[in-house]
Write a protein that binds this ligand. Structure first.
Ligand code: SF4
Length: 450
C-alpha cells in the first residue's frame, strides 16, 4: 500500500510558544496504521535547520506518496500560513505524483485559498473530503482520505501504540503533548472557525480513553505537560462537573494524580465551584475561557456569545484562590468599536487583570474567517475590506486610534528586536514589560483623545 506522510508544520518559527506534540496527528497516524498504510510522522518543529528539505528527501524515496498536512493553528491565518502553504506547494511541484491533503481548522479557514495554491489536492474534515485537483486519484488515496475523515469524526481506534512509539523517540520534558477530549462546541460564536464542526454539536470522548492517553504520555516520555486541545472540555455545567470528577477518580485509581499538569479550554458558563475543585485535584494549571468583549451588546449581538459576566468574575476569583491561571480570549478591535468603548474596555481589562489576556492589545483584533457568520455580517453592513480576512472600522476616529497604536507597537517591537531581546531567556520578561507599557500607552492616549 502507498505510504502516507503526516506532517505537522512549524507555524510560528520565532514564537515564544512551547513546542506541542500534535496529538491529533498521532490519532490519524494510528487510524491509518490500523487500515494497513505504512505511516511516517514528520513534525517540522522537531527537524533541525531545514525541515522541508528533509521531508522532500524522504518523499523522494517513496513511489506515489500521500501527504496529509495538519493545518491546525487558526492563529496562523494571516501570517505564517502563507509561508507553510508555499513551502508545501514547492514540494508538490517537485514531486508531481505526490498527493497532498490539508486538514484541521486552519485548512477549513483557508478553504477558498488552498485550491489555487497549487500545493493541495484536497481538504478533508469529519464529514468527508473535497478533492479539487483534476489529477486522477488512486484508490489508495481515496481510502486513506476516507480513514482520515473517520479519524477526525472520532471513529478512530486507540492510538496508544503509535503515541507511545512517537513520544518515546521525540518528546522531551519541556514539551507539551496535546490530547483531544471532545469535539465541537455547543456555542455559536459568529467569528468562530470551529463552528464548522458544530453541526454535530459537542461530542465527548470517554474519560477512560483520555486517561489511557495521559498514562501513555507519562509512561513513554519525560513530558508532564498536557494540553487538552478541544474547544470545550466540558460541554455543559453538569457534564464538566461529571467529566472532571471522573477523570480525578480514574487518575487517582491509577496512581497518576500529581504526575502531570494540564491546560484546557472551557466555556465560562460551564464552570462551577465543583468542577474547579476537581480540576485543581487533577493538576489543571491553566484554563482558557472566551470572553471576547466586556460590552454585552458587542458580545451578544456581534459575536453571538452568551456569557454571564458576573459568573465569570466569580470563577476568576475562585481560580485565583485555587492557584489556577484563568486566561481570557478577547477581541478589543472590531469594526463596531468606538473610542468610548475602547476606553471602557481598557479600564475593565485593568480591573480584571491585564495578565489574563495573552495577546498584545493591538493584536487583539477580530480575525475574519471567510464563510463565518461575522464575515456575512461585514458584507451585509458593507464594512468588509478588500482582503476577505480584514474589515473597516465604522467610526473613522477608531481607525485613527488603531493606526496610532499599531505604529507604537511596531516601533517598540523593532527596537526590542534590534536589541536581540526577543530571543534567549529574557524574552518572556521582555514580553511582559511590553504588555504593561502597551497598557500605559493605551490609557494615556485614550485619556488625551476623549
Ligand atoms: S465558545 Fe469557543 S469554540 Fe465555541 S463557538 Fe464560541 S469561540 Fe467557538
Amino acid at each position: 500500500m502507498t505510504s502516507v506522510f503526516l506532517v505537522s508544520p512549524d507555524f510560528f518559527r520565532a514564537s515564544l510558544k512551547k513546542k506541542v506534540v500534535d496529538g491529533e496527528l498521532l490519532a490519524v497516524a494510528a487510524a491509518l496504521k490500523d487500515a494497513g498504510f505504512p505511516v511516517s510522522i514528520f513534525d517540522a518543529y522537531r527537524s533541525k535547520e531545514s525541515p522541508w528539505t528533509t521531508l522532500l528527501d524522504q518523499l523522494n524515496l517513496v513511489h506515489s506518496p500521500i501527504l496529509f498536512v495538519h493545518l491546525w493553528k487558526v492563529e496562523a491565518l494571516e501570517g505564517e500560513a502563507n509561508r507553510v502553504i508555499s513551502e508545501i506547494s514547492a514540494i508538490r511541484r517537485t514531486i508531481p505524483n505526490l498527493r497532498v491533503v490539508g486538514f484541521g481548522y486552519l485548512a477549513r479557514a483557508l478553504k477558498t485559498q488552498l485550491p489555487s495554491s497549487g500545493g493541495f489536492d484536497a481538504i478533508a474534515d469529519a464529514d468527508g473530503s473535497e478533492v479539487f485537483s483534476s489529477d486522477e486519484q488512486s484508490s489508495d488515496f481515496k481510502r486513506a482520505t476516507q480513514v482520515l475523515s473517520l479519524s477526525l469524526a472520532g471513529k478512530q481506534t486507540s492510538n496508544l501504540a503509535v503515541m507511545a512509539e512517537h513520544l518515546a523517540t521525540t518528546t522531551g520534558k519541556d514539551d507539551v503533548v496535546s490530547i483531544h477530549a471532545s469535539r465541537g462546541c455547543r456555542a455559536r460564536c459568529t467569528f468562530c472557525t470551529y463552528n464548522a464542526d458544530l453541526s454535530k454539536g459537542w461530542m465527548p470522548r470517554s474519560i477512560n480513553s483520555i486517561a489511557d492517553d495521559i498514562e501513555t504520555v507519562l509512561q513513554n516520555s519525560s513530558a508532564s505537560k498536557i494540553a487538552f486541545y478541544d474547544n470545550d472540555f466540558g460541554g455543559s455545567l453538569d457534564e464538566l462537573e461529571y467529566r472532571t470528577s471522573q477523570l480525578e477518580s480514574i487518575l487517582r485509581a491509577r496512581n497518576l494524580l500529581g504526575r502531570a499538569t494540564f491546560s484546557m479550554n472551557v466555556r465560562s458558563d460551564c464552570l462551577s465551584e465543583r468542577s474547579l475543585f476537581s480540576m485543581r485535584a487533577i493538576g489543571v494549571r491553566t484554563i482558557l475561557v472566551g470572553l471576547e468583549s466586556f460590552n454585552e451588546d458587542t458580545r451578544l449581538k456581534r459575536f453571538g456569545k452568551i456569557l454571564d459576566i458576573t459568573h465569570l468574575r466569580r470563577m476568576v476569583a475562585l481560580c485565583d484562590n485555587l492557584d489556577i491561571e484563568i486566561l481570557l480570549s478577547y477581541i478589543l478591535w472590531h469594526p463596531w468599536q468606538n473610542p468610548e468603548g475602547l476606553k471602557e474596555e481598557v479600564k475593565l481589562i485593568q480591573e480584571i487583570g491585564r495578565h489574563r489576556i495573552p495577546q498584545l492589545l493591538t493584536r487583539s483584533i477580530l480575525r475574519v474567517v471567510p464563510g463565518t457568520p461575522v464575515a456575512h455580517l461585514l458584507g451585509f453592513e458593507k464594512i468588509q475590506a478588500s482582503q476577505a480576512t480584514t474589515f473597516m472600522f465604522k467610526v473613522p476616529e477608531t481607525e485613527r486610534l488603531y493606526s496610532r497604536m499599531n505604529q507604537w507597537l511596531e516601533d517598540r517591537l523593532k527596537n526590542i528586536n534590534n536589541a536581540g531581546l526577543l530571543h534567549g531567556p529574557e524574552r518572556f520578561e521582555t514580553l511582559a514589560t511590553l504588555k504593561l507599557d502597551e497598557l500605559d500607552y493605551y490609557q494615556q492616549t485614550l485619556l488625551e483623545s476623549l
